[in-house]
Design a protein around this ligand. Structure first.
Ligand SMILES: [Zn+2]
Ligand SMILES: [Zn+2]
Ligand SMILES: [Zn+2]
Length: 378
């Protein structure tokens, strides 16, 4: 019997744990791979197919394994097959996939760098220091320049071989194959050399890195020209109450824009086609979407009749009572995602709806314009 969960995610994790647990006690699974080599006028064509013969532990773990079942047609060894059709395919080679946080940890393991306990910390640190960015990981300018700088001035620091060597020696200590003192002595010598090299070039390294650091920060936070003072640059800031965009000529220019909290915001490096304000990219689990910073941008009203009605409600030409509480009045609110309807009794009444009249219920409406309404109430 499955216990009940309020949170769907918790239920999923529970399901995974239980299935994994049961799977460890069940029989091995058997998979069979068949390769057929077809000789067509001495040109070999190869077909390969793998299928599950005995499901074993897959029985329990099924939803969490996704194995391809490719069964090849029955053929006899040395038999003849008829050529039915001959065609030419045009295909392009694909670049290797970018690493994800999970796959880069596997790669570290493959290269015996780090330990089970440290690998995910290593990757976290890369993100925290801004060396890498994104779910499908890209090295930032800072990351690339840091490696380049160290390669030039202190190549041993980024030498994989050295790290791996120490990792292996630690393992040897653990297994009792080597004495801690020997290993430590060797490490001390190697590190002293590295630090000496580093110290010698310290100033040069510092200069190069600080330049790279500033450039990367601008790349990650610079949104575009300030539309009010036309001189300053708008930058993404992260404050106590979440992210916002501010002009870097503060305090002379006090222009700020609020940002939604439920998404990671990056500059879109683009201007709004409708009002010319800079745009930002809101990245969520389900993908990224571009938004104009200007809450009063014409693009934020719904199109056609729904938009007309919304404008009239905003100006007070049409009055509508709140369908949820019946006491309040419907008003037009703004968020970076767009305009939406709310109740003027907010926060007592959490009614929200999209401008095109699809009701958003009580403000919990999952995606899109319904989200992020907490911000932008003015
Ligand atoms: Zn400004
Ligand atoms: Zn706009
Ligand atoms: Zn209401």
């Amino acid at each position: 019997m499955q216990p009940s969960f309020d949170d769907e995610r918790e239920a999923k994790v529970y399901d995974l744990v239980v299935r994994r647990f049961l799977a460890t006690f069940s029989d091995p699974a058997t998979r069979e791979t068949m390769t057929i080599v077809l000789d067509c006028s001495r040109e070999n064509f190869i077909a390969r197919g793998t299928r599950t013969v005995k499901r074993g532990w897959h029985e329990f773990y099924a939803p969490y394994i996704d194995l391809e079942e490719q069964e090849l047609p029955k053929v006899e060894k040395g038999g003849q097959v008829a050529v039915k059709k001959i065609g030419m395919h045009t295909k392009e080679t694909q670049p290797p996939k970018r690493y994800t946080p999970a796959s880069i940890i596997k790669e570290l393991e493959r290269r015996s760098l780090g330990t089970k306990a440290t690998r995910s910390d290593i990757v976290d640190t890369l993100f925290k220091r801004g060396y890498v960015d994104g779910r499908s990981i890209q090295a930032t300018e800072l990351g690339i320049r840091t490696v380049e700088t160290l390669e030039r001035h202190a190549p041993k620091i980024i030498d994989e071989e050295l790290t791996r060597h120490f990792e292996e020696e630690m393992e040897d200590i653990r297994e009792g194959k080597r004495q801690p003192d020997d290993v430590l002595g060797e490490a001390r010598e190697a590190l002293t050399d590295i630090i000496r090299d580093f110290k010698k070039n310290e100033k040069e390294i510092g200069k190069e890195l600080s330049k790279a650091n500033i450039e990367t920060r601008n790349e990650l936070t610079g949104v575009g020209k300030c539309p009010s003072c036309k001189e300053g640059d708008l930058q993404i800031r992260r404050g106590k109450f979440g992210g916002f965009v501010a002009c870097n000529r503060y305090p002379e220019c006090k222009t700020t824009f609020s940002l939604p909290r439920n998404a990671f915001i990056k500059p879109a490096k683009k201007e709004c086609e409708q009002c010319g304000y800079p745009k930002v990219l809101a990245i969520k689990k389900k993908g990224a979407q571009e938004f104009c910073l200007n809450q009063d941008c014409p693009s934020k009203y719904a199109e056609g009749k729904a938009g007309e009605t919304a404008k009239k409600i905003a100006k007070g030409i049409i009055e509508k009572s709140c369908p949820k509480c019946g006491k309040g009045k419907v008003v037009v609110r703004s968020s970076i995602y767009g305009k939406f309807y709310g109740c003027d009794r907010y926060p007592e009444c959490a009614y929200t709806a999209q401008l095109d009249e699809r009701s958003g219920g009580d403000g919990k409406n999952g995606e899109g314009k319904g989200e992020g309404h907490g911000k932008g109430y003015s």
